[in-house]
Design a protein around this ligand. Sequence first.
Ligand SMILES: O=C(O)[C@H]1O[C@H](OP(=O)(O)OP(=O)(O)OC[C@H]2O[C@@H](n3ccc(=O)[nH]c3=O)[C@H](O)[C@@H]2O)[C@H](O)[C@@H](O)[C@H]1O
Length: 459
Amino acid sequence: MDVDDAPSTPGKWKMEKPHHRHHPRLLLPRWHHSYPVSKLVFWSFFALALFLALFLLSPRSSAPTRIPDSFASSSTSSGVRRAALQMAPWGGPAWEKRVRSSARVRRNPGGASVLVTGAAGFVGMHVAAALKRRGDGVLGLDNFNGYYDPSLKRARQALLDRAGVFVVEGDINDGALLRKLFDVVPFTHVVHLAAQAGVRHALVDPASYVHSNVAGLVSVLEAAKAADPQPAIVWASSSSVYGLNSRVPFSEVDRTDRPASLYAATKKAGEEIAHVYNHIYGLSITGLRFFTVYGPWGRPDMAYFFFTRDILRGKPVSIFEGPDHATVARDFTYIDDIVKGCLAALDHAGKSTGSGGKKRGPAPLRIYNLGNTSPVPVTKLVSILERLLKVKAVKKFVKMPRNGDVQFTHANITFAQKELGYRPTTGLHTGLKKFVRWYLEYYSISLSKNDSKGRSTSS
Ligand SMILES: O=C(O)[C@H]1O[C@H](OP(=O)(O)OP(=O)(O)OC[C@H]2O[C@@H](n3ccc(=O)[nH]c3=O)[C@H](O)[C@@H]2O)[C@H](O)[C@@H](O)[C@H]1O
């Protein structure tokens, strides 16, 4: 299959088996020598018509909800298919005008014209808004897949729209769309943040990781290498590439050849792919290893987010423990610090050197850790949330499942500090306070309306 024709996340598409036993009337007649051809033709058309009718009548979107019941429930194949079907068509003079206008540099003399992929995602939305605020031209791209509640992505899109950022609905694997975007706008930079995120979900839908994080990355780099001028690329790798590395804090010079999850493996593969496109085509490429990014407008599949939801609902939260009850910890990094790191990486990105698909000279290839440099145990994360939510959590300590999680992460940010001027300033308590404020407002939850068990109610 041509990559252009691929559905947005093919791993989530599966064939349904027909349930003949329960629907005898839908049985197709078996081939038989004496069976009249006219009847066979009739039944074939009948079956085709029925299939089309079922396809067209299947619900196209779930009712919009602002309550994050379960991010996992929306990650079913049909959820993704529906989200994919909802994508608006692209092309035409009015669409091109919108694309051009959104990508036009406004203030910021000598500013950048940036394509932000994954712009309706958590980090993407914040980066796109920050670039726009400082006067750069910004165009977003997002496929609005159903990995988690798409209404949250739509709300982020609405926010960007109000800020003057147009988010094109489309998939990074759609080569024709990417070529069109580069035809319409001479982007100076691409901030590539579209990806299949989440460490544990890779056990459920491995193909989606390969599709987005490997094939999707190649598709973006193919379009970038062929563009004239070639843009500089800044893209999201992950702290998870350190995998089983035990040297702390994690430095860019440490081993990254022992990933513990497929997610990590696809991000590591991305770093190698970046090397190829830099080496052959002269693309300037900067990979950023994000360390557990959290904050307002965050991802509902992440622990701090669904812990908040479950604590408020009086539901138990599972706190993972390592062997012998060892603490599990993360170098949680606040979104505003990550945004500053992304913008600095973009500002310090040297130019790509290729043109017409040919390299004309060496171009920068860089990797930076963007972390907070102070790991916090998950138990501490929960106790901060308890204080902020004024609700006692129902804690369940469980052995860390063998699902790709690593026991701890800790960033060494010396390189990013020296070369990008990156300096994280927000501690976990302050960052979670901002997150909780946003969460309560977004989901219309009032802490003053706690019921007798300390659970909160939505208003
Ligand atoms: O840095 C990254 O590159 C990655 O960061 C994030 O992964 P993680 O650091 O694993 O964050 P997250 O799931 O919030 O779990 C946080 C902590 O809670 C623990 N955890 C989790 C679930 C649970 O039920 N219980 C629990 O204790 C869990 O063991 C962990 O210690 C992104 O999701 C990922 O896309 C990628 O960007």
